[in-house]
Design a binder for this molecule. Structure first.
Ligand code: 6LW
Length: 505
């Protein structure tokens, strides 16, 4: 059945909001697939599907079992899984990605269905550094290109490399961090797309072309072909891109960007998100304008927007693919079977500040939102947290007798409010991510987090409102974004449901 054409509509950018950086996209027939970085979280490498490049649905995670992803306890926040490349070649999907840290390196997994299962990893010890790309030439030779930018010949089915990595092209003179390479054969040329300037405000995208996948490469005279550096555009840090053709043959770029909020210097709290931008070709070079706040309605049929389930009732044996936990998620500590219809979290000694934390959450995807959860803390202590990382989080925590709001910012940790639980240990905990408090001046933060409890009749009692800047990348550092979720700090804590509701700005 033909899909409805909605030529008058435009669509919100980012197309995949929340902490979904380093997008890599590939097209197979009418279907598009996209993979992102996941850093210290398990499962790793979220995968999305779309028919129209605008509406994306998460179909799984490429690294979703311990035989594929073992993140050691020492893996710090923003360590772990960096920058995948997803490609389709010879009837299968290939995903190459770096595990940064102890026991890491570059690894390759394959699948015939990107929804999984993906293979166990093949390691490629001869591939150095981060941001590996895979490209096959006409003879079927596979070239792996990495940040720097350097290249080595690779057999992706064994991980064996041939020869030593050789430098290719490192972007504009003086620009730092040439990275995120992707190599494509388009028409008569091989194009080498890279990011440069670092993943902060100076981020940008540059390109070079040459006669073969190994070069020599001639830079585009208009480099950087995309950057928002030095502008007051609401989307900043734009870079780390990948190219793809739309269903009608037009060209598009997926890339990462951030939305800083508040006064000066601006704080972004949702991490680096995935945006879509149209590309035109002029004289054999891609031209990208500014990344639009709204994607102009493309000239092809659009699939219906996916309906996001607002509430997780924990009625399924497995958590939905959007749920992530730091480093691992062993069944002894996380499960929906012990008390059917509830998520049971069993602490393993660590609090939210510790590597052993038992925490399961989902990315905050909207600048304004509300999260609620029913907690039963009769046999433990735990609650609802907004986490940027283990050193930057705010939470509302219940025990059998009381509830308290805790703020952790760097080495400071304080209980900012507490009160007895009038209705017993089964309670609705709630956090509203809303407008920053007045006054609105140069120092205003990006948002405010109000924590409280809901009575059985729905009445909300706020316990504390905290400035959201302390849960931003500009304060915490690193590559991730906010994750909202549930945790157990002591004993066993059960959660009947978790509800995430986007709110109007
Ligand atoms: C990634 C690099 C980058 O490896 O940030 O923005 C690093 N680009 O390409 C972490 O995501």
């Amino acid at each position: 059945m033909p899909l409805p054409r909605r030529a008058d509509a435009a669509f919100a950018n980012p197309v995949i909001p929340g902490f979904h950086p380093d997008p890599s996209v590939c097209r197979v027939g009418d279907d598009y697939y996209l993979a992102c970085s996941s850093f210290e979280y398990f499962p790793g490498v979220p995968l999305f599907h779309s028919r129209d490049l605008v509406h994306w649905t998460q179909i799984g995670n490429a690294l979703d079992r311990p035989s594929q992803l073992r993140l050691p306890r020492e893996t710090p926040a923003s360590g772990g899984i960096y920058a995948p490349t997803l490609r389709h070649h010879d009837g299968r999907f290939w995903l190459i990605v770096t595990q940064v840290g102890e026991g890491g390196g570059n690894l390759i997994v394959t699948a015939t269905d990107p929804a999984g299962p993906w293979s166990d990893p093949v390691w490629a010890p001869g591939v150095p550094g981060i941001d590996p790309d895979l490209a096959w030439d006409e003879e079927g030779t596979c070239w792996c290109t990495v940040a720097g930018v350097a290249q080595v010949r690779l057999d992706p089915s064994t991980g064996r490399t041939y020869g030593t990595p050789h430098p290719l092209w490192s972007g504009g003179p003086g620009a730092k961090a040439p990275e995120a390479p992707h190599l494509y054969r388009i028409g008569d040329h091989w194009y080498l797309l890279i990011a440069e300037g670092g993943t902060e405000r100076c981020h940008g995208v540059s390109i070079a072309r040459g006669p073969s996948p190994t070069g020599p490469f001639e830079p585009c005279p208009a480099n950087p072909i995309l950057t928002h550096r030095g502008t007051d555009h609401p989307i900043q840090n734009t870079g780390h891109a990948d190219l793809v053709q739309g269903p009608d043959g037009t060209w598009w770029m997926v890339l990462l960007g951030v939305r800083p909020g508040g006064g000066t210097p601006g704080w972004h709290v949702l991490g680096r998100e995935t945006y879509l931008a149209p590309v035109e070709w002029v004289d054999g070079w891609p031209v990208v304008g500014e990344v639009p706040l709204e994607v102009p309605a493309p000239d092809w049929p659009l699939s219906p927007a996916p309906v996001e389930e607002r509430r997780d009732d924990f009625d399924l044996a497995e958590l939905r693919p959007c749920w992530i936990s730091p480093r691992d998620r062993p069944a002894e500590h996380y499960g929906t079977k012990e008390r059917p219809g509830w998520l049971t979290l069993r602490a393993r000694g660590g609090s939210l500040d510790e590597p052993d934390v038992v925490f399961a959450g989902r990315r905050q995807q909207h600048p304004r939102c509300r999260a609620r959860a029913v907690v039963d803390a009769a046999s433990g202590r735990g609650g609802l947290a907004v986490c940027l990382d283990e050193r930057h989080h705010h939470e509302i925590e219940a025990s059998a007798t009381d509830v308290r709001v805790i703020a952790r910012v760097g080495s400071l940790r304080t209980v900012v409010a507490s009160r007895p639980l009038p209705d017993g240990p089964v309670t609705v905990l709630r956090v509203d991510v809303g407008e920053p408090s007045a006054p609105h001046d140069a120092r205003t933060g990006p948002d405010a987090l109000t924590f409280g409890v809901e009575a059985p009749d729905g009445t909300f009692t706020a316990l504390a409102t905290l400035d959201g800047r302390y849960l931003s990348t500009e304060v915490a550092g690193g590559f991730t974004g906010r994750v909202l979720g549930l945790y157990a700090a002591e004993g066993t804590v059960h959660f009947d449901w978790f509800d995430y509701e986007p709110l109007a700005p």
